[in-house]
Design a protein around this ligand. Structure first.
Ligand code: NDP
Ligand code: 8X3
Length: 265
């Protein structure tokens, strides 16, 4: 990267988990960062930390990706020298609940669809025209192994991630002729995130889903996102499906205990 003109990366859902870990690795590598999420205080905390540690240049923009008007207003009013976004990481997303379809919670369904599908579309719709105009850009969507293989009671979450996979593929068809790369990363279970706590509405017992196996860590996924983004312009990694070694599929997890020393790197 040209150090005089560092690239700008916009990360949605940068307040925790994979998004926060991704912010860290891009900051470390000299990118300018636009960090978004709903929790202003978390954004400020992360901005201060990364500025202090890496002298990173960071803009925080607080909005809910489900609110189309907020997405449009906030992204249209970025300061002039922050408008030319080079990389968009569509990471904001969540699961709510884990129930068979006949017991599904309407609010959970709507939250997942509005966030994971419509939110991703709203942000992409606002950021991609500038990329088309400039003839370059890279969009990296956070899919999931749930976007490739369903599991019992995962119905609507999986449907939103299958939708992300479809959008990644179709966005690529729409945009590749303008020099824009579209990629996705599809992880299995990832700890050091708020994913399980959010899914189970803060219930600490139900959220203890990683006690008996080693899932991925948020840092592992962030490193892959960075690797995808750092390939030369002529290379586009279309999808990376990645799981911890104790997971062989969404329905196959070796829960016989945590076998690996995850502190080893
Ligand atoms: P976290 O809960 O730690 O992070 C989710 C992020 O999304 C937070 O920063 C949250 O910020 C943001 N977010 C959620 N809803 C909204 C909203 N309406 N508007 C704006 N931001 C929002 O979970 P992960 O880091 O695990 O999740 C990141 C992505 O990775 C998601 O798309 C998830 O589906 C995907 N994923 C996660 C896996 C896992 O096992 N953890 C595995 C595979 C994929 P805030 O609350 O401040 O708005
Ligand atoms: C998150 C992983 O298996 O909980 O996408 O759906 S899973």
């Amino acid at each position: 990267m040209d150090k005089a003109y560092p690239k700008i990366v916009l990360i949605t859902g940068a307040t925790s988990g994979i998004g926060a870990a991704t912010a860290k690795i891009f900051a470390k590598n000299g990118f300018r960062l636009i960090l978004t999420g709903r929790r202003q205080e978390k954004l400020e905390e992360i901005k201060s930390r990364l500025e202090f540690k890496y002298a990173a240049r960071i803009l925080i923009v607080c909005f809910d990706v489900r609110n189309r008007q907020a997405v449009q207003t906030k992204l249209a009013s970025l300061p002039e020298d922050w408008k030319n976004i080079d990389i968009l990481v569509n990471n904001a997303g969540l699961a709510k609940g884990l129930a068979p379809v006949h017991e599904g919670n309407y609010e959970h369904w709507e939250t997942m669809i509005d966030t994971n599908v419509k939110g991703l579309l709203y942000v992409t719709r606002e950021v991609s025209p500038g990329m088309v105009e400039r003839g370059r850009g890279h969009i990296i969507n956070l899919c999931s192994t749930a976007g490739h293989e369903v599991y019992p009671n995962g119905n609507v979450y999986a449907a939103t991630k299958f939708a992300v996979d479809a959008l990644t593929q179709s966005m690529r068809l729409d945009l590749y002729k303008y020099g824009i790369r579209v990629s996705q990363v599809s992880p299995g279970h990832v700890e050091e995130t708020e994913f399980a706590v959010v899914r189970f509405d803060g219930d600490p017992n139900r959220a203890r889903i990683y006690d008996d196996f080693n899932p991925l860590r948020s840092k592992d996924v962030a490193e892959i996102i960075y690797f995808v983004a750092a390939r030369p312009q002529y290379v586009n990694i279309q999808d990376v499906i990645v799981m911890g070694s104790q997971q062989a599929g969404n329905n196959h997890i070796d829960r016989s205990g945590r076998k690996y020393d995850t502190k080893e790197k």
